[in-house]
Design a binder for this molecule. Sequence first.
Ligand SMILES: Nc1ncnc2c1ncn2[C@@H]1O[C@H](COP(=O)(O)OP(=O)(O)OP(=O)(O)O)[C@@H](O)[C@H]1O
Ligand SMILES: [Mg+2]
Length: 249
Amino acid sequence: MALVSFHDVQKTYRSLQGVDYTAVERFNVEIEAGEFFCLLGPSGCGKTTVLKMLAGFEAPTAGQILMEGRAVTGASRDRGVVFQGDDSLYGWLSAVENVEFGLRMQRVRPTPRRERAMRYLELVGLKGQEQKYPAELSGGMKQRIQIARALVNEPKMLLMDEPFAALDAQTRSLMQLELANIWQATRTTVLFITHDIDEAVTLGKRARQAHRRDARRAPIAGEGRDRGGAGWRAQPDGRGVPTLLQASL
Ligand SMILES: Nc1ncnc2c1ncn2[C@@H]1O[C@H](COP(=O)(O)OP(=O)(O)OP(=O)(O)O)[C@@H](O)[C@H]1O
Ligand SMILES: [Mg+2]
């Protein structure tokens, strides 16, 4: 059984003006446990919407999302989320306090929670930086803290929405390599969202590329229909693509 499955998932937003907009339509995908799954597509095709539905932040308007056979009905520690920006860190907490924040909420005692936070800070390459505050850290370091903060809960799945988009090319490529290493070390299932084909090829064991298709053939996003009847449809891709990860799988 797949860890996660989307069955004919649809999301229609109602705008403030009362107009309906279908961002995701008849979306079907299965993600296996331990898989690094890249969802690739152009801006506005519905990628973040898919992630938010799996995270439990948004409910589908139709269809079903199952995790381990159970419907996703809300947010859960089983699914850690890493956002695009780095402003989701608490500016008044140090790096290690940011990482252990979730454990504190779960009332994990100070000693074990500090130990766990330090372990994950080390995993993301931030040993020695634990007492710094977000304002004293670079963009790449802040993204690493976000990753550590999600991993410290030992989630079944890591959901990442263009986490490296704001980084310079060199840091981005370093972070991609580190993420690949982290994934291999933890084998946490990853859903990685990007609009950058190079990033998807580098990272994805399986990439799904949104192609321009006839709207009747199950678009994942309605955006294309505004442009003369075409839609976007996620298609399996990446098989046989010489990716960094495939080489070492
Ligand atoms: N809360 C909302 N209300 C109304 N429309 C929305 C809402 N959120 C997203 N949309 C619309 O749904 C479509 C898909 O948005 P989404 O954020 O999922 O795209 P995306 O693929 O993540 O794009 P990007 O690569 O730019 O981040 C867009 O046209 C967007 O305007
Ligand atoms: Mg997005």
